[in-house]
Design a protein. Structure first.
Lengths: 381, 263
């Protein structure tokens, strides 16, 4: 804080309030009325000005003011329903700031949206329902577009971008191998270990390979591999396509007469469908290895464990799981791409699209798994 | 508090500044002063390092060589509270607006107010409204950055830069991509703020109209010369400069062939 030669504090802003006549009030401001000073003075000043008639704002000793200061003065004027201004120079920076702020605050605010009278939630509920219905129709339309594009490529396979398919196979597949093997091994290990605790009571530890083998091949292998794919690849599809959409690259494709579904979606979905059974198989095998490790530690010989597996498992258990995995891949790929292509504007859009892809992907996996369970049961498999 | 800058009324002083990216020089030996209350324009063609110079001046990039003083303080050497105190006294409008996408325009302007002042919520809202009104966006206060046009985003960016009424405002390409009427309105606003509040403006631009309308003084950077090629009143540079590159710029002509400068 600067002090001048006489030792008085130069820039300590403040005000003096003095009653004037019946109900009148004079607020005499001094110093530099900036944001810091306004923060200090605001509650007291607005409280005093309330209902003061007439209110006199004396700015004779004011050194300067900024927008926050002008806002305070105009707020006081409004609080009292009008004010008499004193000591305000006819011309000069303080007047200019005040007038500019006054004009800015008097600018018309946005007109309120019409039609929400009475029961606003009825309108909102209706709009939300219609919006949800529209989105579901969009999903069906997207599925249709993807099918049409797929059929087009099936007729003219040379139009598929094989380079892109290979890139996505690499990113979604090869680079996920380490994670899949690690997860599979640990899941097999945990399953075997947990079931051994229960089965030991009945002397039935010998049946651990039956239990773990069937649950891995039929259910857990494909399911866990699909969760890995949804988290790693579904979100990546959504983020990549979402960014392209925000950057108007998708519109640019459309304007060039290129179908974004055929160009962007098909290679990704195809890669997801192809890579999913491989990941599931890897998950199955490493899970069985994890189980084998537990069995060895319990004192069983490898040949015994292998024999038990051979006895308990049919080839169809593996095939059923792998087909299911391909269906999971299709669903994750489509949902990820759709989330990306439907991204809105702004930086949040990409994040929202990625979240939507992962959540939608995982929900769809579970739903499809349920459908397969019913189907296999009906068919007696 | 702040030492009075030596040598008159210079609020920004750049001495022998060199900028390099990965060893590749962008410009060398750039020196100039910006005086209090003037509108100072940094101009030049695309890729000459205008925005890089601006980012050095606001302390975003450390200088490879040389020194930058803002309000008498070496911005690259400041740390902690001293740096925050200096940053509070400058405002920056980014080329794209750089508005925070997750909050409304009003919320965007309240960010610096909330961070740096103790103003009550009502006062913050009123100041934000006033700032938006000054750039003609009073009716868009509740909208999200994704819902407004590029020109509106720029104006909102200026409103946010002005939130704390800083003595120096840095504007990166304020009128690029705006229609002529909006652009002229922005120029008028800049002139008015400089006059009313004594705000100093450092403006990076290549819009000729804007340069001549608002610039009190300017420097011109050139890519081939890797540095400053002119300094002074833009109108005088237009009429009197002997440098062929400067003349070509102001006459909107193709640049003259610089012998030995092609690289």
């Amino acid at each position: 804080m600067a002090r001048d030669a006489t030792g008085t504090v130069e820039d300590a802003a403040g005000f003096e309030a003095r009653a004037e006549g019946a109900g009148g009030l004079r607020l005499a401001f001094r110093g530099v009325l900036d944001a810091g000073a306004v923060a200090r003075l605001w509650p007291d000043a607005t409280r005093r000005a309330k209902g003061a008639a007439p209110l006199t704002l004396d700015l004779g000793r004011l050194a300067s003011l900024d927008t926050a200061g002008a806002v305070l003065l105009l707020r006081l004027e409004r609080e009292a329903g009008g004010a008499r201004w004193q000591g305000l120079p006819v011309d000069g920076p303080a007047r200019a700031v005040l007038e500019r702020t006054r004009r800015a605050l008097e600018a018309p605010a946005a007109a309120k949206a019409a039609g929400d009278g009475g029961l606003p939630w009825v309108g909102r509920l209706g709009r939300a329902t219609v919006g949800r219905g529209d989105r579901m129709l969009d999903q069906v339309a997207f599925l249709g577009e993807a099918l049409v594009a797929g059929a087009g490529v099936a007729r003219r396979p040379w139009r598929l971008r094989f380079g892109e398919v290979m890139r996505h196979l690499d990113e979604a597949g090869l680079r996920a191998f380490g994670l899949t093997i690690l997860l599979g091994f640990l899941i097999g290990l945990i399953l075997a270990f947990q079931s051994s605790v229960s089965l030991r009571r009945f002397g039935a530890e010998y049946y651990i390979p039956n239990l773990v083998g069937i649950s891995l091949l039929r259910e857990l292998g494909p399911l866990m591999a699909a969760v890995v794919l949804a988290g790693r690849t579904g979100s990546a599809f959504a983020a990549e396509l979402g960014t392209m959409r925000v950057n108007e690259e998708v519109d640019a494709l459309r304007i060039m007469g290129i179908d974004p579904v055929a160009w962007l979606v098909l290679p990704r979905v195809l890669a997801a469908v192809l890579v999913m059974p491989v990941l599931a198989l890897l998950m199955d095998l490493s899970g069985l290895l994890g189980m084998g490790a537990v069995m060895l530690s319990l004192g069983y010989v490898p040949a015994g464990v292998a024999g038990q597996l051979q006895y308990a498992l049919r080839l169809w258990d593996l095939w059923g799981g792998l087909w299911k995995a391909a269906a999971f891949g299709l669903s994750i790929g489509l949902i990820g791409c759709r989330a990306g292509l439907n991204a809105g504007g702004g930086p949040r859009a990409v994040g929202d699209a990625a979240t939507g892809a992962v959540v939608g992907g995982i929900v769809s996996i579970v739903v499809i798994d349920g459908a397969f369970a019913v189907l296999f049961y009906r068919l007696g498999w | 508090m702040t030492a009075v800058p030596a040598g008159g009324d210079a609020v920004v002083r750049v001495e022998n500044l060199a900028a390099r990216f990965g060893g590749r020089p962008v410009f060398e030996r750039v020196s100039f002063e910006v005086r209090r209350g003037e509108v100072f324009v940094i101009l030049g063609g695309s890729g000459c390092g205008k925005s890089t110079l601006l980012k050095h001046m606001i302390g975003l990039y450390p200088p490879a060589e040389g020194r930058i003083e803002i309000l008498g303080e070496d911005i690259a050497a400041l740390e902690g509270a001293a740096r925050r105190a200096l940053l509070r006294r400058i405002g920056v409008m980014w080329q794209s607006g750089a508005l925070f996408g997750s909050s409304t325009l009003e919320g965007n302007i309240e960010v610096p107010l909330e961070e740096h002042t103790g103003l009550p919520a009502e006062a913050r809202a009123l100041v934000a409204k006033a700032k938006l009104g000054m750039v003609g966006l009073a009716d868009a206060a509740g909208r999200l950055p994704a819902e407004i046009s590029g020109g509106m985003a720029k104006r909102a960016g200026i409103a946010r830069a002005m939130a704390l009424d800083p003595p120096i405002l840095f504007l990166d390409e304020p009128s690029a991509g705006l229609d002529p009427v909006t652009s002229a309105g922005l120029d008028a606003l800049i002139k008015q703020l400089a006059r009313d509040l004594g705000t100093t403006f450092v403006v990076v631009t290549h819009e000729l109209q804007s340069i001549l309308a608002i610039g009190d003084r300017c420097i011109m950077l050139d890519k081939a010369a890797r540095g400053m090629i002119a300094e002074g009143d833009p109108r005088r540079l237009r009429d009197e400069s002997a440098d062929p590159v400067v003349r070509a710029f102001f006459r909107r002509e193709a640049p003259p062939d610089r012998q030995g400068a092609a690289a």
